[in-house]
Design a protein around this ligand. Structure first.
Ligand code: PLP
Length: 273
């Protein structure tokens, strides 16, 4: 692992480095990005930086300095190239009083790179009983307040699934803890709209641009009649779902296989610093 914090590379990436009063640590007041690294190069870096700024604005944090973030990314990618890895950028409210109110210190900016194991080609998902709140203050933001995802994922894992999927308060299919959902009904590829509270996944956006699909909000029960399902995320890319709760699915089905082929073809276009 390599780590960079507020302009300096840590000599030991595993040593303590953030103040105990950091508002990201004490109350989850922070935003983050996870970026795939292939052969030492980040994938879709500009799109991730744009989303980092959108998330920061959504929390009322100042915009992160893009040049500083890019310097951090370059710093953690220096040296032996990661064949497959992940960069994690974290931007928090910085040192602050111990309650919910922010302090007046500068934000904390952290960039970390580490190796990553590829996901298997197919996976299983479980629906969880807690809703995504599409009307909440954090809807659609990639914040470090992810404990709901931690609980949901742990629940899905006890049921043998690798991802938990939420409906929103309206009962519509929303998203996974770290992925967007695509499904095929009546021969049509569909995915929930952003208004339904899911994150504007970089992978989701690229699948829609490169391959197509209709954005629509439907009751989560629609997936019980789906012919195919796939997950889309930075670490999973396009990953076929072979089982959803107690329903078996062909994995990959023909639409998923075609989306994956386009993905593999076009991915190199967005690799680079
Ligand atoms: C809640 C949530 N939804 C969707 C995604 C997928 O987004 P991306 O494709 O940008 O990784 C993520 C990413 O981790 C996420 O945290």
């Amino acid at each position: 692992m390599r780590a960079w914090i507020d302009g300096r590379v840590l000599p030991d990436a595993t040593a303590p480095a953030v103040l105990v009063s950091d508002h990201g640590l004490t109350v989850g007041d922070g935003v983050f990005e996870a970026i795939k690294v292939v052969d030492g190069l980040p994938f879709a870096l500009t799109r991730h930086l744009e989303r980092l700024s959108r998330s920061a604005r959504g929390l009322g944090l100042p915009d992160p300095d893009d040049d500083a973030v890019r310097r951090g990314v370059a710093a953690v990618l220096t040296g032996e190239p990661l064949a497959l890895g992940r960069i994690r950028i974290t931007f928090t409210g910085g040192p602050a009083p111990l309650g919910s109110g922010r302090g007046d210190a500068a934000p904390t900016l952290i960039v970390v790179a580490d190796r990553m194991e590829p996901w298997p080609a197919t996976t299983t998902v479980a629906t969880v009983r807690w809703p995504r709140n599409e009307r909440g203050a954090l809807a659609g933001l990639k914040t470090t307040s992810y404990a709901e995802n931690v609980i949901a994922l742990a629940d899905a894992r006890t049921r043998g699934a690798s991802e938990a999927v939420f409906a929103n308060l309206a009962g519509h299919l929303c998203e996974g803890t770290g992925s967007n959902v695509f499904y095929v009904v009546d021969g049509e590829l569909r995915t929930p709209t952003l208004a339904g509270g899911c994150l504007a996944g970089v992978t989701r956006g690229l699948v829609l641009e490169w391959f197509g699909g209709r954005e629509v909000d439907e009751p989560i029960e629609v997936v019980r009649g789906a012919r195919e399902v796939f997950l889309a995320s930075t670490t999973r890319d396009v990953q076929a779902v072979s089982r959803w709760d107690d329903v078996d699915l062909p994995a990959p089905g023909p639409v998923t296989a075609a989306a994956l082929e386009i993905w593999r073809e076009r991915e190199p276009e967005l690799l680079g610093l």
